[in-house]
Design a protein. Structure first.
Length: 248
């Protein structure tokens, strides 16, 4: 049985390897991101020469000063791909990590913007990722812009969103039009169910394909060598998804 997390990791890995996108030579993964981390390790274990930096890896982490060094590398143009999520994401690829209600967020409070705007502006490729796919997350307009999906002419930025991956589907982002296009639907979903679960408008093909399952080779890598690399940093995730625990 293929688990949802395995499907998501495989979908992210395919986007990382997209031949039409700028090369991803150095990928950084922030805290609490086991599925993007699994996707990155899947790419590495599949034989692709990419450098992977996990911000909170307990050992072998090049970031001895944490996010300070991540921002420094990104500012120098030495991080090619990053992952961002949001309490809210809208159809222009804006993200909200602040909260809802009047400023400074008198309704629901989200974890905070931290360096999201800097990473979004300075990284050539960003993949937006959120497991929950609902109208409360994918909204017509975010209530507060933590990081903008596009910028006005004359504003320097190296890149923008490449795609949005959720538990229900994969969207591609066209920065020139500031608009998403639905690319594929997860098993059990279709064009109607995706439209009902999405608060923003988007384009879609006449015949919506299903998001491909991981191949047998990808599943073997995820459940074996990828899990081996992740056990120390994400023990709970590995136990839940891959049914593997660290040796006592």
């Amino acid at each position: 049985m293929i688990k949802a997390e395995e499907r998501l990791a495989a979908s992210l890995a395919r986007l990382i390897l997209d031949p039409g996108a700028p090369p991803a030579r150095h990928i950084a993964v922030g805290a609490a991101s086991p599925i993007p981390a699994a996707a990155c390790w899947l790419v590495r274990k599949s034989g692709h020469d990419v450098r992977l930096s996990l911000l909170h890896k307990r050992s072998g982490n090049p970031f001895t000063e944490g996010s300070r060094e991540l921002f420094d590398l990104t500012g120098q143009g030495r991080i090619d791909l990053f992952f961002l999520g949001g309490g809210q994401i809208d159809g222009q690829a804006n993200i909200n990590l602040i909260g809802t209600g009047d400023w400074p967020g008198t309704g629901v409070r989200f974890p905070g913007s931290f360096g999201s705007a800097f990473m979004y502006m300075m990284t050539p490729r960003t993949i937006l990722f959120r497991e929950e796919h609902s109208p409360r997350v994918l909204v017509p307009h975010v209530e507060h812009v933590s990081a903008p999906g596009v910028s006005a002419p004359g504003v320097f930025r190296r890149g923008t969103a490449q795609a949005l991956v959720t538990g229900k589907g994969v969207f591609r982002f066209d920065a020139a039009r500031a608009r998403f296009t639905l690319e594929s639907a997860a098993p059990g979903e279709d064009a109607h169910s995706l439209r009902a679960a999405t608060g923003f408008d988007y384009d879609e093909p006449a015949n919506l394909p299903q998001t491909p399952d991981p191949t047998p080779k990808e599943l073997a890598l995820l459940r074996g060598p990828v899990c081996d690399e992740m056990l120390e940093t994400y023990p709970d995730f590995c136990a839940r998804v891959f049914e593997r625990k660290q040796a006592a």
